[in-house]
Design a protein around this ligand. Structure first.
Ligand code: COA
Ligand code: AMP
Length: 686
């Protein structure tokens, strides 16, 4: 590795001369046509990086590492090639007790063959492919195969239900949907083909398409064509489904391996849908060139992972963290990545992450604070961790939500007490940015860590904290966190086929700046503290949920007149969503039945990951004079915080009643939780 650069000059250069900064960073990528222009600030809706360059992301992630080395220096350092026999992808399933290691050569072969089978099925450059799969290697292979032929993948998290999948199908209009016969969750199996069928039935677009199914052991074998096999799970209207169903393995028989296609750096690599304020998901578009450059830069300079080292990221490929740091970034730099199918606890216990670290000699790990809290709750003394050799671990990164000081301190003082040289690093980012906005850049310079802070802005991100008028606030004053344009490479280029929404959502609030949707403050040393969303996005267990999307599901209940969903603090999951409903006039329903029915509706429409914590009937919702629900006020009341009566409220006299109804419901819920915990403890000791 090159000698370390200091953080401050690197950051300054990235702002003063971004072209020079990213021109150097771009040297780590193999281009078909090298960039001569680095930044096109005239591009719309936002500046574009490397506008005249060409490359293939799958070539950069696979082929170039497999190449024979012809120079006499050998395989050391950043030397390209010579990694054919090095593990590229380690699949470890705590759900099935199995594992499989793919070397770079094997992964390349699988990806090229599967890409060839997609070409034979008629998938072309620019076509969209939806991937709706559990955490199995075929999901990674499918992503890289799309990248190889220039098809634009859109991975949909396996925990989303048919309705959410349908919304994404309607927006992306894929020609191919790739799924598996099933996913494994603790205590239950998720059969995907019936969900795909139901989604196709719900989707408005009628374009013909193909569904490929990877058959997993232990799930009902799908007979092909599969319409007949799966329609029994479907509503009667399923005749409208237009799809041919094929088997993943059979589709590959006799397929010629596909060569990587040369793409413009600005061509889309993928679309990843994320939750916004409304129920309609936002299709974040990532390009090929900026993405490859930024991720490779981040591996060296933030995570400090070198070629040949091993990274464990415990997210899901359905989230951005999985896209970037399970799949693309480790492979782009010739490292080894681990695809873990399982949970932090209960599969089989809270030692499972530490087993992975020990077994695969993980250099750098990346997880969510909620996972650490779950482990701490199950194993407060970290006894299971201490049974494993964690000496390979050089850093533990956290993101998805703020790493709260208590969890940080437990991680340092208990979990990693014997490893004082292994820093625990909070870093902040979003689906939209694709890589960290703020971090402690270990590969540049290890800065002092402050508990509760995501540290300092990463080179490329011109961060500011503004008040509602657009003025910069003083240190230690909370405001809206924005990023000065241009955004660095690798960040979103637009929303899929919706430049106008992109501009409206992100660029219009503060001209010249990208609105992150998070609020927070800088301290006097320039460390950023991210306090939470300033919009109606709920962040539960590191999963981003839209209050509007859950409300749309609840609104369909026949007895509900209107509803508001807010997230309130939760010790384990960071936030938990509560649904407040106003019933239609004259109707009555027992509280427990309403709760069960509404929760079921949300699970059915959004998915199990959006399970509501509680449902509370109230007589009225607080609104502005123009009819907008004052969710912030509701959030404050539900969390027991003090609040100011908003000047825009239509009827301030309703607030005391609302407050009483909400507080009574919270007390009832807490009582129930106490009783359930006492029962569980009594069961455990009897
Ligand atoms: N496919 C289908 N269903 C899924 C799923 C998937 N890929 N992922 C989760 N679900 C379901 C679960 O089975 C569960 O269903 P249930 O209510 O029927 O039991 C529900 O969604 C909630 O799951 P989860 O959020 O995992 O909650 P949990 O209570 O089972 O586990 C934690 C709690 C903290 C262990 C878990 O949330 C966790 O590991 N969080 C970390 C998340 C993370 O890494 N995020 C990435 C941010 S970088
Ligand atoms: P997602 O797009 O799903 O990755 O969620 C992004 C959101 O998660 C951010 O806008 C923040 O609200 C929150 N988030 C992610 N990482 C952090 C962090 N380290 N600190 C505080 N909030 C975070």
């Amino acid at each position: 590795m090159n000698a370390k650069q200091e953080y401050r000059p690197a950051y300054q250069l990235s702002l003063v001369d971004p072209s020079e900064f990213w021109r150097t960073a771009a040297e780590s990528i193999s281009w078909d046509v090298s960039p001569t222009q680095i930044l096109d600030t005239a591009a719309r809706p936002t500046a574009r990086w490397f506008p005249d360059a060409r490359l293939n992301t799958s070539y950069n992630a696979l082929d170039r590492h497999v190449r024979e080395i012809t120079t006499p220096e050998g395989t050391s350092g950043d030397q390209e090639g010579g990694r054919a026999e090095q593990p590229a992808l380690i699949y470890d399933s705590a759900m099935t007790g199995s594992r499989r290691i793919y070397t770079y050569r094997e992964l390349l072969d699988e990806v090229a063959r599967f890409a060839g089978s997609m070409v034979r099925l008629g998938v072309k450059t620019g076509d969209r492919v939806v991937i709706y799969m559990p955490m199995i290697p075929e999901a990674v292979i499918a992503m890289l195969a799309c990248a190889r032929i220039g098809a634009v993948h859109s991975v949909v998290f396996g925990g989303f239900a048919a309705h959410e999948l349908a919304a994404r199908i309607d927006d992306a209009e894929p020609v191919l949907i790739i799924t598996a016969s099933g996913g494994l969750e603790p205590g239950r199996r998720v059969e995907y083909p019936p969900i795909v069928l139901a989604a196709l039935d719900l989707a408005q677009t009628t374009a013909p398409r193909t569904v490929l199914v990877k058959q997993r052991e232990g799930f009902p074998t799908i007979r092909f064509p599969a319409e007949q096999a799966a329609t029994e799970h479907l509503p009667a209207s399923s005749e409208s489904v237009v799809a041919r169903w094929l088997d993943w393995d059979e589709a590959q028989v006799g397929a010629e391996p596909a060569e990587p296609v040369s793409l413009a750096a600005t061509d889309p690599l993928y679309i990843l849908y994320t939750s916004g304020t409304t129920g309609k998901p936002k299709g974040v578009v990532r390009d090929n060139g900026g993405h490859a450059v930024a991720l490779a830069w981040s591996m060296r300079n933030i995570y400090e992972v070198a070629p040949g080292q091993t990274m464990l990221t415990t997210s899901d490929i359905g989230w951005v963290v999985g896209h970037s740091y399970i799949v693309y970034a480790p492979l782009l730099v010739g490292a080894t990545t681990i695809l873990y199918e399982g949970k932090p606890i209960g599969t089989p216990d809270a030692g499972t992450f530490w087993r992975l670290v020990d077994e695969y000699k993980v250099d750098v790990m990346f997880t969510a604070p909620t996972a650490l809290r779950a482990i701490r709750r199950a194993d407060p003394d970290a006894a299971l961790a201490h049974r494993h050799d964690l000496s390979s671990l050089r850093a533990l990164f956290c993101a998805g939500e703020r790493l709260d000081p208590a969890t940080y301190e437990w991680s340092v003082e208990t979990l990693l007490a014997e490893h004082p040289d292994c820093p625990v690093v909070d870093h902040w980012w979003q689906t939209e940015t694709g890589w960290p906005i703020c971090a402690n850049p270990l590969g540049l310079q290890r800065l002092p860590i402050k508990a509760g802070s995501a540290s300092v802005p990463v080179p490329g991100y011109r961060l500011r904290v503004l008040d509602s008028e657009g003025n910069a606030v003083a240190p230690n004053t909370e405001g809206n966190i924005v990023i000065g344009l241009p955004l660095p490479p690798g960040t979103l280029t637009t929303l899929w086929r919706d430049d106008a929404r992109y501009e409206r959502s992100y660029l219009s609030a503060y001209p010249g700046h990208y609105l992150t949707g998070d609020s927070g403050y800088f301290d006097e040393d320039g460390y950023l503290y991210v306090l939470g969303r300033s919009d109606d996005v709920i962040n539960m267990a590191g999963h981003r949920l839209s209050a509007g999307g859950i409300e749309a599901a609840i609104a369909g209940h026949p007895l509900v007149a209107e509803t508001a969903v807010v997230g309130i603090p939760d010790e384990l999951k960071g936030q938990r969503p509560i649904g407040y409903v106003v019933l239609k006039a004259g109707v009555d329903i027992e509280a427990e039945r309403l709760r069960a029915e509404v929760i079921e509706r949300v699970r059915d429409r959004v998915g199990a990951i959006a399970t509501l914590y509680d449902v509370v009937a109230v007589t009225a919702l607080p609104k502005t004079r123009s009819g907008k629900i004052l969710r912030r006020t509701m959030r404050q009341i539900a969390a027991g915080d003090s609040y100011e009566v908003p000047p825009t409220i239509d009827d301030a006299a309703m607030l005391p009643t609302l407050e009483k109804q909400i507080r009574d419901a919270v007390t009832l819920m807490e009582d129930k939780e106490r009783i359930a915990a006492a029962d569980a403890e009594a069961d455990a000791t009897s």
